[in-house]
Each structure stands twice: as structure tokens, then as C-alpha cells.
Design a protein. Structure first.
Length: 431
């Protein structure tokens, strides 16, 4: 009611962006609520939780009994449903797997690869699923994003689609609706995702790795009808996708190709909300689970730089690179002090077009050039880097690769600025 930091309905602010949120009004409820919070946090779909604790409750010195969180098992599909999925997999001739972020946890990616190889099933990912199968694997077909990628060409040819831990949003992925006779099996830890994306699918709800492991085990002793896909057919789809992307991109693909050529295989890339990173979803090969991070459908400006700091702290021996635009970087540039103070050595690739580029391009193309609030007056980023005590480097498209290679050898956070032109992103392009 107007107290410091307080807003009306504060709990309701957190509910859409957390898995579970609760307000504590009595000190006696603290142990139960905290135990519930850890149970929600550590089981099922991993998402943040929030507890709201008013100051008067926090100051109460009453005695309480501490509880230990009882972690529930994730569960396993009923046998009848599992048998239905097995039958579909045994009878299908051409199977295609769509994998998302839900296939990244635990050893899910390893189990996914084993199932794909057993079924001779190619794997398409969402941007969040990149790396669940190495993208130089013969069955890896890259990501689907706003109609780009191979999904449009191959999904109509499959008679069974297996979706693993993916939010199959058809607007963002551009994945076509399934046709008559095409079957769908969806594997997910979260039943609400199945209801939202594939209400008619055979749904296997539970621990994704465990389900994949059990499917593979049972299918090894079964008679499979799959004929697999001709490698030439998959190569044709890849070539078509590359051609389709090259029609639209100007400099972006060459920048991403250079990035991949320079970075070690185990590098972690944080793809922020910036034009080259959008195209990186489609053109940057990722080779291991958890090495390509995005803000998913939230498209959070400012996400890349602070996330890269966390990724480096968690993986100190791996090179970490943040891909960010100038607009997004301005959201969190004060974290340069954090990087310098704690010696968190990452490379920030700052794509500078002097604008919130996607919005600027939208205004110029959709509103007859009427531009409002999308052009940015930027600081001198090199002077800014010097002021924070980190290394600043400005490069160009021709020297980007060599400059990046040198930046990776420096024992400091490096702000690597690359001036670019505003260009069309995938979601404003015609695939």
C-alpha cells in the first residue's frame, strides 16, 4: 500500500514468469512453503520459483519446525500409452524427430542420439535445442526458425513426427501443420506443453531421458518398418535451406561462418536479441548440449551479456562468447564492472547498427519510413571499455576473424565492437 519497493498485486507479477509463487503471511508457514519451493524447483520441468516474505513475518522470532523437501519422482507414462507409442514407432517408415530445450537436461541428448540412430530418424531442433545432437552428425538437420531451415521440406514427407521437449510454436518455427495420415508422438516432462502444442499426439509424460532410454531398449528387440531416409534426400534439403537463407542474408552468414571457424568446438555461445544472432540460430553449427543459449520466445533484450558471465563462472575452462546488439547491450553495460572486478573473462561481440534494428527495419518497411524511438545515440564503446578497465577492440567485417582469434587469447573481458548495417531478421523475411 505504498511502502518502500511495494506495488499492488506483487505476487501476480511473478506468476506468469515462474513455475510457482507463494506469499507467506504467518511465520509457522515458512518451513512448509520453503520445502514446497525446493520440491517445485528440483522436480519436473526446471523453472524458477518465488516466495514473497513480508518484513513483519521475517522479523517474527517464533519457533518453527524445519522440514526437509520430499522430492517426488517425475513419473512414467502408463503402459498402454507407452505401447501405443511403440506401435507407432515400429510401423512408421519415415520418422522425423523435433527436439527442443527439454532434450538438453541430464543425459537426454545422449539418449536422443541413440534413438535417432536406431530409427535412422533425422533430427531438427528449435534454437533452444541446438546441440542435443552434434550438427555435423549425418542425421542432424539444424534448427527450424520462422520458416527457414529444412522443416518445411521434410516434415510433409514423414509419416511420424516425434517431438522431444519442444514448444512447437508454429509461428516461431514455421513448422507446417501435420497432414492426413501423419502421426505424432510427444515426449515431455510438462503435460501442459503437450496440451498447448499437440493435443492429438500420443503423449509420453515423464522424465525425458528415462522415456528415451526405455523406448530405445524396447525397440532394439522389435521388428521395425522404418526405411530411413536417403542421405541424398537429406543433403538436398540442407542445400535448399542454405540457398533459401543466402537469398535473404547479406553479411550475417559470413560473420557467423567466421565465428564458427574461429571458436573452439567446446565454446559456449550466448545468442542475444540481435540480427546476426537470429541468423546464427540457423547457420551456426552447435556440437554439444548446453553450448548454445538463447532467451527463447521471450526475446529478452539485454539477455546475452549477463548470461555469458554466468556461463563462464559455471564453465571456467570453456571459451564463452556473447552475441549482442548495441540496443541490448545498453540494458546491462554496468555489468562490465562485475566482469572486471571478478575477473570473468569472456568475449562480447557487440554488433553496432546504432538502432533497435528489427524495430527500425519494421518501421521502415511497414510504416513508410516513419521512424520513432528506434535509432540510438550510442556512447563511445571503446572509451567505455577503458573506463571499466577491460579491453576494447573495434573491427570490421574483413578483419573480424583475426580480431576474434586474438581476443580469445586475452586474459580479460574483451568488448569487440563490429559496426554493421541494419538488416532484415528472419521473422520479417520471406522464407
Amino acid at each position: 500500500h505504498g511502502a518502500l519497493h511495494q506495488i499492488n498485486d506483487q505476487l501476480d507479477v511473478f506468476k506468469p514468469i515462474t513455475k510457482w509463487a507463494e506469499r507467506i503471511t504467518k511465520v509457522q508457514d515458512i518451513p512448509e512453503v520453503v520445502a514446497r519451493a525446493f520440491r517445485e524447483l528440483l522436480t519436473g520441468r526446471p523453472r524458477p520459483v518465488e516466495i514473497e516474505l513480508p518484513p513483519d513475518v521475517l522479523a517474527d522470532d517464533s519457533d518453527v519446525v524445519i522440514q526437509t523437501a520430499q522430492l517426488d519422482g517425475t513419473g512414467f507414462p502408463e503402459e498402454a500409452v507407452f505401447a501405443e507409442a511403440l506401435l507407432a514407432l515400429c510401423n512408421a517408415k519415415k520418422i522425423l524427430i523435433l527436439a527442443g530445450d527439454g532434450a538438453q537436461s541430464g543425459d537426454s541428448s545422449q539418449q536422443l542420439r541413440g534413438l535417432a540412430e536406431l530409427l535412422h530418424a533425422p533430427v531438427i531442433t528449435t534454437p533452444e535445442g541446438k546441440g542435443v545432437i552434434p550438427e555435423d552428425h549425418p542425421l542432424a538437420l539444424g534448427a527450424a526458425y520462422y520458416g527457414f531451415g529444412v522443416a518445411r521440406a521434410l516434415i510433409p514427407k514423414a509419416d511420424l513426427i516425434v517431438t522431444v521437449g519442444a514448444r512447437a510454436n508454429r509461428d516461431m518455427s514455421g513448422i507446417p501443420e501435420l497432414g492426413a495420415g501423419q502421426l505424432s508422438v510427444q515426449i515431455d516432462v510438462d503435460p501442459t506443453e503437450v496440451q498447448l502444442t499437440s493435443p492429438t499426439a500420443t503423449a509420453l509424460i515423464g522424465d525425458v531421458a528415462q522415456i528415451l532410454r526405455e523406448l530405445t531398449s524396447r525397440l532394439r528387440g522389435s521388428r521395425l518398418s522404418t526405411t530411413g531416409w536417403e542421405l541424398a534426400e537429406l543433403d538436398d534439403a540442407r542445400n535448399w535451406s542454405d540457398w533459401n537463407i543466402s537469398k535473404v542474408t547479406t553479411y550475417q552468414k559470413s560473420v557467423i561462418d567466421t565465428l564458427r571457424d574461429v571458436l573452439p568446438r567446446d565454446s559456449i555461445v550466448i545468442a542475444g536479441v540481435t540480427n546476426p544472432a537470429y541468423w546464427a540460430h540457423l547457420t551456426f553449427p552447435s556440437y554439444a548440449s548446453g553450448t548454445y543459449l538463447t532467451s527463447a520466445y521471450f526475446a529478452t533484450l539485454g539477455f546475452a551479456f549477463p548470461t555469458a558471465l554466468g556461463a563462464k563462472v559455471a564453465n571456467p575452462d570453456s571459451p564463452v562468447v556473447a552475441l549482442t546488439g548495441d540496443g541490448g547491450f545498453l540494458y546491462n553495460l554496468s555489468e562490465l564492472a562485475t566482469a572486471a572486478q571478478h575477473g570473468i573473462n569472456i568475449v562480447i561481440v557487440l554488433f553496432n547498427d546504432g538502432a533497435f534494428g528489427a524495430s527500425l527495419n519494421d518501421q521502415q518497411t511497414q510504416y513508410q519510413g516513419r521512424v520513432l524511438g528506434t535509432e540510438i545515440r550510442n556512447p563511445d564503446f571503446m572509451a567505455l571499455a577503458k573506463a571499466f578497465g577491460i579491453v576494447g577492440m573495434r573491427t570490421n567485417l574483413e578483419e573480424f576473424g583475426e580480431t576474434l582469434r586474438y581476443a580469445l587469447t586475452i586474459k580479460s573481458t574483451v568488448l569487440l565492437e563490429l559496426p554493421i548495417q541494419t538488416a532484415v531478421p528472419p521473422f520479417q523475411a520471406s522464407a
